[in-house]
Design a protein around this ligand. Structure first.
Ligand SMILES: *[C@@H]1O[C@H](CO)[C@@H](O)[C@H](O)[C@H]1NC(C)=O
Ligand SMILES: *[C@@H]1O[C@H](CO)[C@@H](O)[C@H](O)[C@H]1NC(C)=O
Ligand SMILES: *[C@@H]1O[C@H](CO)[C@@H](O)[C@H](O)[C@H]1NC(C)=O
Length: 893
């Protein structure tokens, strides 16, 4: 029995004392004389397992270590786990000879008394303390009687954050002795589908160990396993010490076909947002750099190296300036200057010449930089659609500074000067600084603080931070939900969305059984304003989440609680008095309810009283699409689309349909051309609008133009006056504003607005493009079953409003925008009795035409609405001006 075990062991987990860092996780075990294989100082650690389940970025990790005391006296066994500072421990249990001592989360004050008592009685207590950059260490030791077994089990959870395009999870591996069963098992489940997954261990240096590592992913699931045999763990072939010592890192990302993803389980939702393909918003960056005496030497050299690299990455659209502060303030330029090649050259010379001197005047350095940004904005020196940021680097303490040095006063000055207009990022270099002050100041100005560790890679840390904020794609991001439908929302407005990151919002539904969920994300892009709409199809979402074995319980509720506590603790850093008490009370309640060890709680261990896939787009829309060739009927009835505007469109095997409102009738014709051919549909020299379409064939690629089906697979819509081009394919939509492009997928629901232009993409359905009032086009997406042997996706193009287009408009559709007349006579049964024929006079030609039907898919993509029309044979010969080959153009634009 565990004779040397005390009735009460208190593990006061003093987490959150250090700086907040980023993901990592971990483990190690200590033992102290050498016996047979795997036994060190009498202790055999016979099993160690790290088991991680990651569901929708929320990681649940369990570290279990089993040991036996093979000595003939009681021994101390230690259990060390290094876990990310951003993680919360949620459970710890200790089992000695089959008796389990569970951990309970208690308010820190309540736990403290037990803790102090335990310590005063010389009893070991578990402790968490900062360890390295991103980790903190959990340590506990227990005395184990001779021959007894002990099991430690630690559980911790964290939300993995996306940085530079991927999620990263660190597991620190440091077993200190050979372990018979050593195992890391990671299961990842991401409803959006996994796009990449990698696992690396810093200690895997040879092929033998490499064979112990397997990693794989497919669809929504990813798996990483690392199981080195005892021989593989040896640092040399007959050594008895372990070479497992270092970081085990798993990185992955999810599919981004859609900018957002919403998941709802048991009344809680989480909304992930990370759009792709948008152009970068130009930045106005002021670097406020500490060059006080203490920066002398390596720190200054590394700062220079990093700044020089950053200058290389600056984009020509950006504006910048350097403010150097020591006892006084020096600026490179009087005001912000554009990052032209010459200016960058000059900036490099300036950076190389930076010399350290004197004291630290953070206050004046920051205020100079901030007022420069404010002035540049007011004087319209910087572009209207640009965003400003201040990046401050210091290694010092404001308290030893010159000028205003009281942190509260500096914070107040900075807060007032910025006025919430742009974020402040504070980088704290080294340890000799008041990091809490830097962090509080950054947080209250919508930025973050980061520690730059004094080490050989400090320049890379600096540069790495810059890369994270270098590419803002959206500013002023607001995530909106229907009013009165949502409770307990986490932060839903952000100054920036940076490329490679992700916005995560979680909350609770008022009505758990609501059957629809809609969210809008609004933001300002480099060129235009965007509104992304997420309309959750509950059935589709439930289907995506039907992988019960990969999901641990109520993970969304826990994710929400994690995020809420994290944000409450952050807000608390700048709160005072009653407000601070309230934030504390809320964070404490949640920590206790969800069993999280946060800076407000502790875990106490007491002895009991004796005791397939997302990609299978199951969306078979149009799988057996009805043949769109003319399907006549007799006697013919006229079923017209009742539309206030005349309509012109081309859809299906390119069928052109021209409505003639004066006649209450319509004309239609086909164009048979080879795949690859580009046809001019609209050209208006007055408004500068052009629309061209490129033909694709079906999958068979039949060479016979009579039986072959062709469609439009690509459309080019251009406005010469706006210097705008929109390329629409069956996969994506690309907007070009001059040389700047924004890319959207057909999985988006988004509205883009700029100078009278409005483009709305309706997920998987259609796209509506309006050039002000009076010109509106609709592009319809026809999706066929992906594995269909013959058909492939194609596009339909509809002109629903053209009244602002000029009389000079031409093209296969455009020439019909102005009134024209035709006469039909002599209707009689044709050679095929079901197809009535007639004689038509149009544009001074006498034609034989056939009655038929076409379909209009604008309203209903799968069924379509029948439109009766007179079909003009031979590529519209006689109806169109000239011959159809006159409309062939070399390129889409
Ligand atoms: C803590 O872990 C133990 C052992 O796995 C388990 O029995 C217990 O239910 C867990 N407690 C909580 C609150 O999850
Ligand atoms: C390991 O093996 C080598 C060669 O077989 C031998 O020379 C060496 O003494 C061995 N070392 C130990 C620690 O047993
Ligand atoms: C604390 O917060 C709750 C919920 O927001 C609010 O109802 C209450 O009035 C607040 N109390 C104080 C003292 O601010």
């Amino acid at each position: 029995m565990a004779s040397a075990w005390w009735p009460c062991l208190v593990l006061a987990l003093l987490s959150g004392l250090g700086a907040s860092g980023f993901p990592r996780s971990p483990f190690r075990l200590l033992g102290k004389r050498s016996l047979p294989e795997g036994v060190v100082d009498g202790i055999e650690v016979y099993s160690t397992k790290i088991s991680s389940k990651v569901t929708s970025r929320f990681a649940h990790n369990v570290v279990t270590t089993r040991a036996v005391n093979r000595a003939d006296v009681a021994k101390e066994v230690s259990f060390d786990v290094e876990l990310p500072k951003t993680a919360f421990i949620t459970n710890f249990t200790l089992t000695i000879d089959g008796i389990t001592y569970p951990g309970n989360v208690k308010e820190k004050e309540a736990a403290k008394k037990q803790y102090e008592k335990a310590v005063s009685q010389g009893k070991t207590a578990g402790l968490v303390k900062a360890s390295g950059r991103k980790l903190e260490k959990f340590t506990v030791s227990v005395n184990v009687a001779a021959g007894s077994k002990v099991t430690f089990e630690l559980t911790y959870e964290e939300l993995l954050k996306r940085h530079k395009g991927k999620y990263e999870m660190y597991l620190k591996v440091q077993p200190k002795q050979l372990v018979k069963h050593f195992e890391i098992e990671v299961d990842i489940f991401e409803p959006q589908g996994i796009s990449m997954l990698d696992a690396e261990a810093s200690f895997i240096t040879n092929d033998i160990l490499g064979s112990a590592l397997t990693k794989s992913f497919s669809g929504k699931k990813g798996h990483v396993s690392f199981k080195p045999t005892m021989d593989q763990q040896r640092s040399c072939s007959n050594c008895t010490d372990s070479l497992l010592n270092g970081d085990f890192t798993i990185t992955y990302d999810v599919n981004r076909e859609s900018p957002a993803n919403v998941q709802i389980v048991n009344g809680y939702f989480v909304h992930f947002f990370a759009p792709q393909g948008l152009p970068v918003v130009p930045k106005n960056v002021v670097f406020v750099i500490d060059i006080s005496g203490s920066m002398e030497g390596r720190k200054l050299k590394q700062t220079k190296d990093a700044l020089l690299k950053i200058l290389d990455d600056m984009k020509e659209e950006d504006y910048l300036n350097f403010i150097l502060f020591s006892g006084h303030v020096d600026t490179w330029k009087e005001s912000l200057v554009q990052a032209t090649a010459e200016n960058l050259q000059e900036a490099r010379a300036f950076v190389r010449n930076m010399r350290s001197t004197g004291l630290t005047n953070i206050n004046d350095g920051l205020l100079t930089g901030i007022s420069m940004l404010n002035q540049a904005r007011e004087a319209h020196v910087v572009p209207e659609r640009s965003t400003s940021i201040v990046i401050m680097l210091t290694d010092g303490d404001a308290n030893v500074g010159e000028g205003v040095s009281r942190p509260e006063k500096i914070q107040e000055n900075v807060r007032n000067a910025i006025g919430g207009k742009f974020p402040l990022y504070n980088l704290g270099f080294g340890n000799n600084l008041n990091y809490n002050f830097l962090e509080a100041m950054a947080l209250e100005n919508h930025g973050v603080a980061r520690r730059i560790y004094e080490d050989s890679d400090a320049d890379l840390q600096l540069q790495g931070f810059y890369e994270e904020v270098a590419n803002p794609l959206l500013t002023g991001v607001e995530v909106e939900y229907p009013e009165n439908a949502i409770l307990d929302l986490t932060q839903n407005s952000y100054h920036h969305f940076y490329d490679g990151s992700e916005i995560v919002v979680a909350g609770r539904l008022v009505d758990e059984h609501m059957n629809s969920f809609k969210a809008d994300v609004k933001g300002h892009g480099a060129i235009n304003d965007l509104t992304f709409t997420e309309d959750v199809d509950m059935k589709e979402m439930e289907k995506a989440l039907q992988e019960q074995d990969y999901i641990f319980g109520n993970y969304i509720e826990r994710l929400w609680a994690y995020l809420t506590i994290e944000q409450l603790l952050e807000k608390r850093k700048n709160a005072h008095g009653e407000q601070k008490e309230n934030l504390t009370a809320q964070a404490l309640d949640l920590s206790l309810k969800y069993h999280f060890v946060t800076p407000l709680t502790s875990m106490v261990v007491t002895k009991p009283e004796d005791n397939e896939d997302m990609d299978a787009i199951a969306d078979k829309l149009g799988e057996e699409r009805e043949d769109t060739s003319v399907t006549p009927s007799w006697p013919y009835s006229t079923s017209y689309l009742s539309s206030p505007n005349p309509y012109y469109y081309v859809d299906g095997d390119p069928h052109f349909i021209i409505q003639v409102p004066e006649k209450d009738d319509a004309l239609c014709f086909n164009i048979d051309e080879d795949p690859g051919t580009v046809l001019r549909l609209i050209q208006d020299p007055a408004t500068g609008l052009t629309v061209n379409g490129q033909i694709i064939g079906d999958k068979r690629g039949s060479p016979d133009s009579k039986t072959r089906k062709t469609y439009f697979g690509k459309l080019g819509i251009a406005s010469a006056h706006m210097d705008l081009q929109i390329e629409v394919t069956t996969e994506k939509i690309t907007l070009w504003n001059g040389a700047v492009s924004s890319t959207f997928s057909w999985l988006d629901t988004v509205t883009i607005t700029q100078d009278g232009l409005s483009v709305t993409i309706n997920r998987k359905k259609n796209m509506v493009v309006s050039f002000g009032d009076g010109v509106t086009f609709v592009v319809v997406l026809h999706q066929v079953w992906k594995k269909h042997p013959i058909h492939q996706d194609f596009l339909g193009f509809y002109v629903v409003d053209s009244h602002r287009m000029s009389a000079q408009t031409h093209g296969l559709l455009g020439q019909f925008f102005h009134p024209f007349d035709f006469k039909v006579s002599d209707i009689h049964p044709g050679s095929d009795p079901t197809k009535p024929e007639a004689t038509m006079v149009v544009k001074n030609h006498l034609l034989t035409v056939t009655r038929g039907y076409q379909k209009d898919y604008r309203k209903d993509i799968s069924v379509g609405m029948k439109v009766a029309c007179w079909f003009v044979h031979n590529n519209g010969e006689g109806l169109i001006d000239g011959v159809h080959t006159d409309y062939i153009v070399p390129n889409l634009f």
